[in-house]
Design a protein around this ligand. Sequence first.
Ligand SMILES: C[S@@+](CC[C@H](N)C(=O)[O-])C[C@H]1O[C@@H](n2cnc3c(N)ncnc32)[C@H](O)[C@@H]1O
Length: 271
Amino acid sequence: MDTRLQKRVQRYGWDKAATHYERSWKAQLDPAQTALLDMAELAPGQRVLDVACGTGLVALRAASLVAPGGEVAGTDISEEMVAIARETTRALEIDNVVFERMDAEELAFGDDTFTTVLCALGLMYLPDPERAIAEMHRVLRPDGLAVCAVWGERAKCGWSEIFPIVDARVRSEVCPLFFHLGTGEVLRHAFQVAGFGAITVRRLETWLHYDNAEEACGAAFIGGPVALACSRFSEQTMAEAQAEYLASLAPYRQGEGYDVPGEFVVVAGIK
Ligand SMILES: C[S@@+](CC[C@H](N)C(=O)[O-])C[C@H]1O[C@@H](n2cnc3c(N)ncnc32)[C@H](O)[C@@H]1O
């Protein structure tokens, strides 16, 4: 898929997924987001950028960790994600965070701007994640810290069949590099190439719990990155795709629900 098309699929796909996102993914992503914030060791007064911030789950936690005196900027390619993040910020009356629509591969910030750059579960969706990591390095101050979390090895993520199942019905790859960065030392290597030092890597095993088949399908087909592709499915195509997906989850069935294994990789490095 060409780069511009992949970005459009992501941008408008996440626009469609935005209002379902927290219901589907907030609890499931919490272990990775918490590990990322632990590794970031944020402190009052710091200036933080959260790349591919989504609805602001990490940026808003970061905002309270850097207060007083610190500031957070959250950026995301999806307008709808940014709108929800802004609404939540207003509702919670948080005054040290701003959100802006921005491509992770072209950050509109000057060199040496931030003390910390975070990116939770965003790099897998980019056509050129190495370019985004180089951008993170550029906007960090010397001695600044970048921390990124991605999904881990394909074989450890029990829900991974969602991609071939959807791809087969749209005749393209929705997220061609999805499991690449979480494999072996790929993300550590990308940090090294971008110029980061003192790199640390954590792998976390996790479980995605779904109470029933509807919840499992909602998270995979509606609340995530394949939402745009699936919005064009006929009722019959959707039913077939969901049946195939549930068959792929059969080994993880627990009564009416599912406990699906997953893995996260979190990498930190200093400029
Ligand atoms: C799984 S969500 C993660 C959101 C948030 N970081 C969190 O932990 O909840 C992935 C996000 O990546 C964003 N994204 C995808 N491609 C992007 C790009 N090229 N630039 C910036 N954000 C992008 C999507 O819009 C989506 O909000």
